[in-house]
Design a protein around this ligand. Structure first.
Ligand SMILES: [Zn+2]
Ligand SMILES: [Zn+2]
Length: 121
């Protein structure tokens, strides 16, 4: 067999990622439009559920109660402004990313928000 030139496949970034589980919410890839952002949190549409979710800007599963209340309020504002939910509930069961606080606003009686985004704005 002929010796081939090996390509370097290990960059410092990928080495780091294999050591620490990369966190989707920390990376906060702006794949979807952000409805809101401030110094504590951001709100965007969840890619899986098509509902708005609020994400704390700290990698921590348990924000102080006051902060949590503020985030809930902001989430409520986004729901009322940008979605046609006939009532909603806040779901902060963190199924896929349990280490980083985030909460979904889901339509009453449902889980996904397909087609409920306001488009007339
Ligand atoms: Zn979701
Ligand atoms: Zn995180």
């Amino acid at each position: 067999m002929v010796a081939r030139t090996r390509q370097a496949t290990t960059s410092p970034k990928s080495a780091l990622q294999s050591m620490n589980e990369p966190c989707e919410l920390c990376e906060a890839a702006r794949l979807t439009e952000w409805f809101y952002e401030d110094e504590t949190c951001w709100i965007a549409e969840c890619e899986q559920c098509y509902v708005p979710m609020v994400v704390w800007k700290q990698h921590d599963p348990a924000p102080p109660a006051a902060l949590r209340d503020t985030m809930m309020e902001l989430l409520g504002v986004v729901v009322r402004e940008s979605y046609c939910f006939d009532g909603f509930y806040v779901d902060d069961n963190m199924r896929s990313i349990p280490a980083h606080y985030h909460a979904h606003a889901r339509p009453r009686g449902g889980f996904f928000g397909h087609g409920l985004r306001r488009t007339d704005l």
